[in-house]
Design a binder for this molecule. Structure first.
Ligand SMILES: NC(=O)CC[C@H](N)C(=O)O
Length: 239
C-alpha cells in the first residue's frame, strides 16, 4: 500500500447520464487507480474538494444544444487549467468540451451507432504509439458531432465516415474521444484510448498506485453522498 501514490491520482468521472458511465469508473479501478463518479452537474466546490488528477466527462443522451443540457459548473475550465488537471471527454463529454471552449457541435449528416473504423491522423498525444493511417475498430453511439474545433485543438483521429473521432489540446490538457473506449467489444479500443491515462497522466508504476483500502479512498467513499448512512461504502471492484 502506498497512500501517497493514491493521493495524487484520483480520476473523477462526471456523469452526464450515459448507461456506460459506471463502466468507466470500473475500468479505471481495474488499472489500480482510484476513481469516483459524481453527477456531471456537481458544484465546483464538490469537484475541487476531491482534488482530482484527471477528470473524465462521460457520455450522455442529451444534445449540448438542448435547453437543459447538463454541463460542468461555471469556473470549471479555469480550475482545471490553473491546477493542471487533465480532462478527457467521452462522446457527450467531447461535445461539451468543443461547445464550451468555443468550437461548434452539430447534428451529424451520418449518425454513427455500433462498430466503426477510425483512422489515426496525428501520431502524438492520445495516439503517440500509433502510426498515422493506423486503423482501429471502435464502438460509436452518437448523433451529434464536432464540426469546428476550439482554437488550439487538433483532430487526431477520424471515423471512416469523416467525422472527428478523437481530438486534443495537449498544452491545455484537454482530450476527447467521440467513441466509447469503456466498451471493450472492439478489439484494442480500450488499450489505445487509455494510453493517455496510463502513460501520460497517471504515470503509475505497476502496482504502486493500488488504492484498495487506502486511507484517502476510504475517507472519500465513506463520507460522500454516494455512501448513504448505515450502508457500507461502494463495493470495491477487483481488477
Ligand atoms: N453517447 C453519447 O454520449 C451521445 C452524445 C449525444 N447525445 C449524441 O447523440 O451525439
Amino acid at each position: 500500500m502506498e497512500p501517497r501514490a493514491v493521493k495524487s491520482n484520483l480520476v473523477l468521472i462526471l456523469d452526464y447520464g450515459s448507461q456506460y458511465t459506471h463502466l468507466i469508473t470500473r475500468r479505471i479501478r481495474s488499472l489500480s487507480v482510484f476513481s469516483l463518479c459524481i453527477s456531471g452537474t456537481s458544484s465546483l466546490k464538490s469537484i475541487t474538494d476531491l482534488d482530482p488528477t484527471v477528470i473524465i466527462l462521460s457520455g450522455g443522451p442529451h444534445s449540448v444544444h438542448a435547453a437543459n443540457a447538463p454541463c460542468f459548473p461555471t469556473g470549471f475550465v479555469e480550475y482545471v487549467e490553473s491546477k493542471g488537471v487533465y480532462v478527457l471527454g467521452i462522446c457527450y463529454g467531447l461535445q461539451l468540451i468543443v461547445e464550451r471552449l468555443g468550437g461548434e457541435v452539430r447534428v451529424g449528416e451520418e449518425q454513427e451507432y455500433g462498430r466503426m473504423e477510425i483512422e489515426v491522423e496525428k501520431s502524438c498525444g492520445l495516439f503517440a504509439n500509433k502510426e498515422v493511417g493506423a486503423r482501429q475498430v471502435v464502438w460509436m453511439s452518437h448523433g451529434d458531432e464536432a464540426k469546428k474545433l476550439p482554437d488550439g485543438f487538433e483532430v487526431v483521429a477520424r471515423s471512416q465516415q469523416g467525422s472527428v473521432a478523437a481530438l486534443e489540446n495537449r498544452a491545455r490538457r484537454f482530450y476527447g474521444l467521440q467513441y466509447h473506449p469503456e466498451l471493450m467489444e472492439a478489439p484494442g479500443a480500450w488499450k489505445i484510448a487509455w494510453a493517455v491515462l496510463r502513460r501520460k497522466v497517471i504515470k503509475l508504476t505497476a502496482g504502486r498506485g493500488h488504492w484498495l483500502g487506502s486511507a484517502r479512498a476510504l475517507t472519500i467513499l465513506g463520507k460522500g453522498p454516494w455512501a448513504p448512512a448505515g450502508l457500507p461504502p461502494l463495493p470495491f471492484f477487483s481488477p
